[in-house]
Design a protein around this ligand. Structure first.
Ligand code: NDP
Length: 508
C-alpha cells in the first residue's frame, strides 16, 4: 500500500485493504469498515474473505510448504526475518500512527509496540539457523538422530489489543521453524496488520504462498480457517471462550493447537515492598492499554497494614491519568477499542458500584472531538465479594478491584481464586517469600518487583483457562515444530531376525 492508506481527521478515509500489490491477502468478498476509537472516523475499508478465499489461501500455503526450499533453508528464513525487523524499525512512525488511529492506544505505546515487534522478529531471525536436533548412541550398531521439523500449514489467528506484537509473536517463530502461515487478524485492526505484514510479504526472498492472509468475521472466516482440513496447526490468541471453540474445531482432525487466552491476574503487594515502586507497578499493571491487555493486573491484593495508604495513593494516581487524544504525547489513558467494548466495561463498572464501593469518580467530562471517543474513566473498586463477576471475569478495561489480606496463605488463596493462570505480580523485599509465593502461584509469568516486562527470549503462556503451550523464547519456537526420530542400524542382519519379534528383545 501507499502512504495514503490512512487519513487524519477531516480528510476522506482512504485505507483500502487489500490494496494494490497485496497479493498475499486473499479477500474478494463484501466490504466492511473500521473506525478510529477517538474520532469515530473511518480508518479503513476492508474486503472480507469468502469461504473459497480461505480455501485458496490454505491451498497456496500447503503448496508452498511442500514445494518451496523454505523449510530446509534456515539461512534464507533468517535473512527474510532480519530484513523484516529492519523494515519495521525504519517504518516505526508511520505504523505507530496507523496503530493509534485504528486501535486507539497512546502514540508512545504504539511506538513501543512496533519496536517490540521488531525485536521479537529479530530474536526468531537468529533462531532460524539454530533449529537443532540431537543425536543419541543406541548401542554398538544403532544410532538415533532426533530432528525438529516444521509442522506444515499454520493458521495464526490474532486479537486487536496488541495487533502487531501478538501477530509476530506467533508468526515469527512459525516462519523461523520453516512453516507456511495463513494469518487471520482481528476485524477491528485489519489495516495495521496488513500494513505490518506487507513489509514482510514484499521481501523478494519470501517464496510465494509461505505467507497469506484472510480477513473478515471470526465466527465465519476464522472458523473456516481453523477447521480447514489442510491446516496442520492453529496458533490462536484471544478470549478463553473463543479459544475453547477453536480447540473443539481443531479436535475434529486432531490438529495441533497453541492457545494464548484470557487472564485475571493478581498483583500482590506486601507491607515490606518498596511501596513507591509498587505503586508505579500497580498503575502500569492495570492502566496499560487502558486495561485491554491479557496480563492486566486487574486484582490488587494489599497486605492489611499498608492497605489504606496504598489504595488511597493509587486512587489519586488513577484520577490523575489524562484521557485525551492518543496522538497527543501528553495523553496517558486512551479510549477503548470500540463502542461495544466501552459498553461491556461500563456494565462491569455498574456491577462494581452495586456490589462494592467505587473509590474513583468515573464521571469525568470530556470535550470537543473527544466526546465521541470510547473513553471509560479509571474505576477502582473495593469491598467486592470474591465471587462477584467483576472479580472473577476478564473485564478488559481500566477497572481494578482491590482487596486486603493478612498473611501469605490468604494472599495465595485470593490470588488463586479465579479459573485463570496467565500472570501475577509480587512486591516484597523478602527474597525467601518471593521464592515461596512465586512457586506457589499457578501462572505462566510471575513478575517480582516489576510488572509487564516482556522479553522475546523468555516464555509466556497460561495455566488453566489462560491457555495451552508457550510463546516467546526457545519453547515458542519448538511449539511450531514436530519432533522426529531417524533410527539408523548398521548390523548385517535385522535385529530381530530370524526369531519373531518378542517383547524380550525390545529395547525400551
Ligand atoms: P476474540 O477471542 O474475540 O478474537 C480473537 C481472534 O479470533 C479474532 O481474530 C477474531 O476475529 C477471531 N475469532 C472469533 N471467533 C472465532 C471463531 N469461532 N473461530 C476462529 N476465530 C475466531 O478476542 P479479542 O479479539 O476480543 O481479544 C481480546 C482477548 O484476547 C482477551 O480475552 C485477551 O485476554 C485475549 N488475549 C490474550 C493474550 C495472551 O497472550 N494470552 C494476549 C492478548 C489478548 P474477529 O475479530 O473477526 O471477531
Amino acid at each position: 500500500m501507499t502512504d495514503t492508506n490512512f487519513v487524519r481527521p477531516g480528510r476522506e478515509p482512504l485505507a483500502q485493504v487489500p490494496g494494490p500489490g497485496q497479493r498475499f491477502v486473499v479477500a474478494g468478498g463484501e466490504t466492511f469498515s473500521d473506525t478510529d476509537p477517538t474520532t469515530q472516523e473511518r480508518v479503513a475499508t476492508v474486503r472480507s474473505s469468502t469461504p473459497s478465499d480461505v480455501d485458496e489461501a490454505v491451498q497456496r500455503a500447503a503448496h508452498a510448504f511442500t514445494t518451496a526450499r523454505w523449510r530446509n533453508d534456515g539461512a534464507v528464513r533468517a535473512r527474510v526475518l532480519f530484513h523484516y525487523a529492519e523494515r519495521l524499525r525504519a517504518d516505526r512512525d508511520r505504523l505507530a500512527e496507523l496503530l493509534t488511529r485504528e486501535q486507539g492506544k497512546t502514540i508512545s505505546e504504539a511506538r513501543s509496540e512496533i519496536l517490540g515487534s521488531a525485536e521479537m522478529v529479530e530474536y526468531y531471525a537468529g533462531l532460524a539457523r539454530a533449529v537443532y536436533g540431537r543425536s543419541i548412541a543406541l548401542g554398538d550398531d544403532a544410532h538415533g538422530v532426533v530432528v525438529r521439523e516444521p509442522v506444515g500449514v499454520v493458521a495464526v489467528v490474532t486479537p486487536w489489543n496488541w495487533p502487531l506484537t501478538l501477530l509476530v509473536r506467533s508468526l515469527a517463530p512459525a516462519l523461523a521453524a520453516g512453516n507456511a502461515c495463513v494469518v487471520k487478524p482481528a476485524s477491528l485492526t485489519p489495516a495495521i496488520t496488513v500494513e505490518g505484514l506487507e513489509l514482510l510479504a514484499s521481501d523478494p526472498e519470501l517464496p510465494e504462498g509461505i505467507l497469506t492472509c484472510v480477513l473478515g468475521p471470526g465466527d465465519v472466516v476464522g472458523a473456516a480457517l481453523v477447521s480447514h482440513p489442510a491446516v496442520d496447526m492453529v496458533a490462536f490468541t484471544g478470549e478463553s471462550t473463543t479459544g475453547i471453540d477453536v480447540m473443539r474445531r481443531a479436535a475434529d482432525d486432531l490438529r495441533k493447537v497453541a492457545l494464548e487466552l484470557g487472564g485475571k491476574s493478581p498483583n500482590i503487594v506486601f507491607a515490606d515492598a518498596k511501596l513507591d515502586k509498587a505503586l508505579d507497578g500497580a498503575v502500569n499493571a492495570i492502566f496499560t492499554t487502558s486495561g485491554q491487555i491479557c496480563t492486566a493486573g486487574s486484582r490488587l491484593l494489599v497486605e492489611a497494614p499498608v492497605y489504606d495508604e496504598f489504595v488511597g495513593r493509587l486512587v489519586e494516581r488513577a484520577q490523575a491519568l489524562r484521557m485525551g487524544d492518543p496522538l497527543d504525547p501528553a495523553t496517558t489513558l486512551a479510549p477503548l477499542v470500540s463502542a461495544a467494548q466501552q459498553r461491556t466495561v461500563l456494565e462491569y463498572v455498574d456491577i462494581g458500584r452495586k456490589e462494592g464501593s467505587l473509590l474513583t469518580d468515573t464521571d469525568v467530562p470530556v470535550e470537543g472531538i473527544l466526546e465521541r471517543a470510547n473513553f471509560v474513566a479509571p474505576a477502582v473498586i473495593a469491598d467486592l465479594p470474591t465471587d462477584s463477576r467483576v472479580v472473577q471475569e476478564e473485564v478488559f478495561g481500566p477497572v481494578l478491584t482491590v482487596h486486603s489480606f493478612s498473611d501469605e496463605a490468604e494472599a495465595v488463596r485470593l490470588a488463586e481464586d479465579t479459573p485463570f493462570g496467565l500472570a501475577a505480580g509480587l512486591w516484597t523485599s523478602d527474597l525467601d517469600r518471593a521464592w515461596r509465593i512465586g512457586r506457589a502461584l499457578r501462572a505462566g509469568t510471575v513478575w517480582i518487583n516489576t510488572y509487564h516486562h516482556f522479553y522475546a527470549e523468555a516464555e509466556v503462556g497460561g495455566f488453566r483457562r489462560s491457555g495451552l503451550g508457550r510463546q516467546q523464547g526457545i519453547e515458542g519456537l519448538f511449539e511450531f515444530t514436530e519432533t522426529k526420530h531417524l533410527n539408523f542400524d548398521s548390523k548385517a542382519t535385522l535385529w530381530c531376525a530370524p526369531a519373531p519379534i518378542s517383547p524380550a528383545r525390545w529395547r525400551w
